[in-house]
Design a protein around this ligand. Structure first.
Ligand code: NOJ
Length: 510
């Protein structure tokens, strides 16, 4: 129980794409509730739900129009309460997404803000006069184009680091801060175990809004420089932490803090700030032994220096699916399976994204069905994130695959029949069973130590468990009792692009 989040595995549910209970083709909370036993049997410790709040859906829920309710498309507050109760009954934690950087343009605050130039709610957002007939500065939106849109009523411009339908809040405004304290309390009172903070590095902007010359097109998850990572954030997160610490049962914050420098990242997880922060350098590391070892070492050192728990993530709803990033096809899947054993052997907290346990690839969707604002704002130059958001296949059979009795909001590829949960369950060679076994055997508190190993390979121990990852093109011999391997051909050698967990005798090296 103590500091449960320190060695947890949290499973990310992209609510639209997980399970649909009412046949409208879009996943919902009741669907999630019906699949909780699957998650308990998979062996995860909790779930992170992406936004299910009332939203016009310009960015599929990351444009929130009401922070304290459930969008009818996803259910009701009563459904949410039932979901939390069932999850807790099954000993699964529930983490919800909080979106404090921006609201929807349909949020009553923004509607009031644009209703009259002297409306007090205008001060909740960042309105400025233009420069030389254009926007106030050169900031670009992460989704493409300018980060400013003209408010035609007043002739001023408002800031949006994402889509124009997502106006940024001004966190220097005390009313914004007060409102979010109430929003956090609303969900804490309903029993949530924690929050994932969307765009956690960007809430405060540099007050002078200076030009930055961000490269175009933007690389997803590259560090931004648009006036973010401001010192005020640390004080805010300290106050959130003490607000949540007043509740029983250790409520947790995990920040989506997109910073490539792990030492800077770790400043957000000092003892009185957030408990966890996503570590995206690991996610974006290529399949390379030196690269992976380097990012793991830098993460462990930076987080240990502040007494924080490192986190590890390989997939989420914003990035190309792992087997595809690792080369696709058979090779991509082999590597993704090996990476699963690496991910789940590292010390700290791990995050899985729905469908990762099935080994799903990115789907190459026809343009006509794409929905991501990135695709539209960049005029197709960036295809966007729909390909990793295709609903997951539970059972064999198009079009619904057990996800829905209707038509899924994005088409599910026919070949996913063989990858459905039903098809993979009890097949010892399947990726699903590999994840199940790994989650059951996973080391939790055992000490971590690197071991000497051949070039192109990684080896470390967690107590008497040795994790070996072979990224070279040669077989890697090993000794000890083989517990689990990503390649069923592993015996006393580990083939290339494979990983194994081996029980070794005696004490681990330090
Ligand atoms: C990060 C979220 O993960 C992403 O899906 C969203 O588009 C942006 N933040 C904006 O809220």
């Amino acid at each position: 129980m103590a500091e449960w989040w320190r060695s947890a595995v949290l499973y990310q549910i992209y609510v639209r794409s997980f399970a649909d209970s009412d046949g409208d083709g879009v996943g919902d909370l009741e669907g999630v509730r019906s699949r909780l036993p699957y998650l308990r049997d998979l062996g995860v410790d909790g779930i992170w739900l992406t936004p299910f709040y009332p939203s016009p859906g310009a960015d599929h829920g990351y444009d929130v129009a009401n922070y304290v309710d459930v969008d009818p498309q996803f259910g009701t507050l009563a459904d949410f309460d039932a979901l939390v109760a069932d999850a807790h009954e099954l000993e699964l934690r529930v983490v919800v997404d909080i979106v404090p950087n921006h609201t929807s343009n349909e949020h009553p605050w923004f509607q009031a803000a644009i209703s009259a130039p002297d409306h007090p709610d205008r001060a909740r957002y960042i309105f400025r006069s233009g420069r030389d007939g254009g926007p106030p500065n050169d900031w670009t939106s992460a989704f493409g184009g300018s980060a400013w849109t003209l408010d035609e009523g007043s002739g001023d411009w408002y800031l949006h680091l994402f889509a124009p339908e997502q106006p940024d809040l001004d966190w220097h405004n005390a009313a914004v801060r007060g409102d979010f304290d109430e929003i956090l309390r609303f969900w804490l009172d309903r029993g949530v175990d924690g929050f994932r903070i969307d765009v956690g590095q960007a809430l405060y902007k540099a007050p002078d809004l200076h030009d930055v010359h961000e490269p175009e097109p933007r690389t997803p998850y590259a560090d931004w420089h648009t006036g973010i990572n401001q010192p005020e954030l640390h004080e805010l997160y300290r106050s959130w932490r003490s607000l949540a610490d007043a509740y029983p049962d250790e409520r947790m914050f995990v920040g989506e803090i997109v910073l490539g420098d792990q030492v800077e990242l770790a400043t957000y997880v000092r003892p009185d700030e957030l408990q966890l922060a996503f570590n995206f350098t690991f996610l974006f590391q290529d399949w390379s032994a030196t690269g992976l070892r380097g990012t793991i070492e830098r993460t462990l050192a930076a987080f240990a220096a502040v007494g924080a728990t490192p986190t590890w993530v390989l997939e989420n709803h914003d990035v190309t699916r792992l087997p595809t990033r690792y080369g696709g096809g058979e090779q991509g899947l082999r590597r993704a399976r090996a990476a699963a054993l690496l991910l789940l052997a590292l010390p700290g907290t791990a995050f899985l994204y729905e469908g990762q346990e099935l080994g799903l690839e990115e789907v190459d969707l026809p343009d006509a069905v794409r929905q991501d604002p990135i695709f539209y704002r960049t005029k197709g130059e960036r295809v966007g994130r729909d390909g990793c958001r295709v609903p997951i296949p539970w059972e064999s059979g198009p079009p619904g695959f057990g996800f829905t009795t209707g038509r899924p909001w994005l088409p599910i590829p026919a070949e996913w029949k063989e990858l459905s949960v039903a098809a993979q369950t009890r097949d010892p060679a399947s990726t699903l069973e590999l994840y199940r076994s790994a989650l059951a055997l996973r080391p939790r508190d055992e000490p971590f130590a690197w071991r000497e190993t051949a070039p192109g390979t990684l080896a470390f121990t967690r107590g008497d468990l040795l994790c070996l990852v072979n990224i070279s093109d040669r077989e890697l011999p090993f000794e000890g009792e083989l517990l689990l391997a990503s390649d069923p051909a592993a015996g006393d050698v580990l083939p290339p692009d494979a990983a194994a967990w081996v029980r070794i005798a005696g004490r681990s090296e330090r």
